[in-house]
Design a protein around this ligand. Structure first.
Ligand code: G3P
Ligand code: MG
Length: 251
């Protein structure tokens, strides 16, 4: 498969310089020259794909204050109408106070209008893996219909990638790996993945050779220092996901 994506990918929008997974973060990443972004996507209780890393709302929103202690702290338990009222910026710093959570729809508008690329990490609320993969891929296929460059769909969860494959087989997929597993090549082949997106520590000359000879592109997360990035570039890997949009000039 031709590889249309830039080498450098801004993690969660702009890493830690703006509230992760918000439009403000994407805009900041773009101001640093980034043309590809990674984000985490899950479903609200009424099935709207939205951006959030954690299952729980507490770290990156004002849900405790706004919804009260009796409400479920889990994002997937609330309808989008409720989630859309939350402040997802104040936790980071006062300059982002009032920043809203973003839907996949919102981010697609920004990405497509600006000619950017997206890596959608499917991050299901536990217990909803397959369904989340199906819905997020269906929605991504609709939003990117007719586009030359499609979003790269990735997940740590095999069930989520299987759901994405069944719902929208034409969207490229990447298998995320935090720790080694003996069957990584077999699993990724079975899911028709085009890429392995690994914890950077998993890459060495042997694993790169194995993945490449099986036909996969090799990407790493989350690479935040120059020596680590150079090692991965020297190994011939294809993509680097970073928080340090202020340190690495993207190529
Ligand atoms: O998709 C790469 C990376 O984002 C995976 O880890 O926990 O930051 O979503 P995490
Ligand atoms: Mg992620």
């Amino acid at each position: 498969m031709p590889w249309p994506y830039p080498k450098w990918v801004a993690h969660r929008g702009a890493g830690k310089l703006a509230p992760e997974n918000t439009l403000a973060a994407f805009r900041l990443g773009a101001r640093h020259g980034y043309r590809m972004f990674e984000c985490d996507v899950k479903l609200s209780a009424d099935g709207v794909p939205f951006l959030m890393h954690d299952s729980e709302l507490g770290r990156t929103t004002n849900a405790a204050e706004k919804l009260g202690a009796s409400c479920s702290p889990t994002g997937g338990d609330h309808a989008w109408g409720t989630l859309s009222q939350l402040d997802a910026g104040s936790w980071h710093s006062r300059s982002f106070a009032g920043e809203a959570l973003a839907t996949l729809d919102n981010i697609a508008a920004y990405i497509l209008r600006n000619g950017f690329c997206l890596n959608i990490e499917i991050k299901p609320t536990p217990g909803t893996e397959r369904h989340t993969g199906e819905v997020v891929a269906t929605e991504a296929a609709r939003l990117w219909q007719g586009e030359a460059v499609l979003p790269l769909m990735s997940s740590f969860k095999v069930e989520a990638l299987q759901g994405a494959k069944d719902a929208a087989p034409h969207l490229p997929r990447g298998f995320l790996l935090e720790t080694p597993r003996d069957d990584w090549i077999e699993v990724a082949l079975q899911l028709d993945c085009v890429a392995m997106v690994c914890n950077q520590a998993l890459w060495d000359a042997g694993t790169v050779k194995l993945a490449k000879s099986a036909g996969f592109r090799c990407l790493s997360y989350t690479v935040n220092d120059e020596a680590a990035a150079q090692r991965l570039l020297d190994l011939g890997t294809d993509g680097i996901i970073t928080d340090r949009v202020d340190l690495f000039a993207p190529s």
